[in-house]
Design a protein around this ligand. Structure first.
Ligand code: FAD
Length: 228
């Protein structure tokens, strides 16, 4: 059941136009959620001003971590005025694209669409879940792209297989090439056994979903969120 409560902002880290927020529950009891779910943030004195944000932290952490791209829209302009110590409303959890412990998954994230994958990957790392977890993460450039070094560390520990693409800037050894979903599938043994998590620009999410469905992957195995 979704809950609604106040959280206190304890940390704000800036990376280019992204803000990584750590939110602690005012009453010390964090809302329960599954990796990959999202909450709605709302302005305390104007509950109608609300937006959805995926949770980048795993359920075990005492705080919610969110990574939010400030685009100058209504909510992100308000968010950018908040300081450490300020309070914000949280309602949730929401979303049916959560990770439930599967052992074979392909995650494809574009830009800020990495947030639900972070919640899942951190959970997989923490619980030492053994399996085949493949992350494809594309962004414009390596600098100011959230979570790259943490993900590289999971990759070097063998927790995930990570493939980074930086499409607007040469960032050796990483490729600038766009992700080709046909090639992603071709690299999998028995691709119908995998769950596919897609999060990023709407065009990518829709076109990749269409290809996966055309290959015979069941709709229930495709978990897609379009933003970023
Ligand atoms: C399930 C879900 C999870 C999400 N998780 C995240 C997340 O983890 N991180 C994250 O950053 N976002 C996430 N989002 C997107 C988020 O909910 C907001 O849509 C986003 O932060 C923009 O809100 P806003 O009020 O600032 O923009 P709005 O005012 O709502 O503007 C909407 C659109 O108008 C355009 N627009 C408005 N102002 C400008 C401007 N100045 N410059 C350029 N374009 C503009 C943009 O296309 C923008 O998307 C998620 C969305 C969903 C549905």
């Amino acid at each position: 059941m979704p809950e609604s409560k106040l959280y206190i902002i304890r940390s704000i880290q800036s990376m280019g136009d992204t803000r990584i927020l750590k939110l602690f529950p005012e009453d010390g009891k964090s809302i329960g959620f599954l990796p990959g779910q999202f909450i709605n943030l709302f302005k305390i004195d104007d509950k109608a001003l609300t937006r959805a944000y995926s949770i980048a932290s795993p359920p075990s952490w005492p705080y919610l971590e969110l990574a939010i791209q400030i685009i100058g829209g209504k909510f992100t302009s308000y968010l950018d005025t908040l300081k450490v110590g300020d309070k914000i409303g949280v309602m949730g959890p929401f979303g049916k694209n959560e990770y439930k412990g599967g052992k074979k998954a392909v995650m494809i994230a574009g830009g800020i669409g990495i947030t639900p994958m972070m919640g899942m990957i951190r959970h997989i790392a923490e619980k030492r879940i053994q399996g085949d977890f493949r992350l494809y993460y594309f962004a414009k450039q390596m600098s100011n792209t959230a979570y790259v070094s943490e993900l590289m560390s999971y990759s070097s520990q063998g927790i995930i297989k990570a493939d980074f693409r930086f499409t607007r800037e040469e960032s050796l050894p990483f490729s600038k090439e766009r992700i080709d979903i046909e090639k992603v599938i071709a690299e999998l043994d028995d691709f119908k056994q995998y769950e596919f998590y897609l999060c990023g620009p709407v065009a990518m999410v829709n076109s990749f979903s269409d290809v996966l469905i055309s290959k015979g992957i069941a709709k229930e195995q495709i978990k897609a969120d379009a933003f970023g």
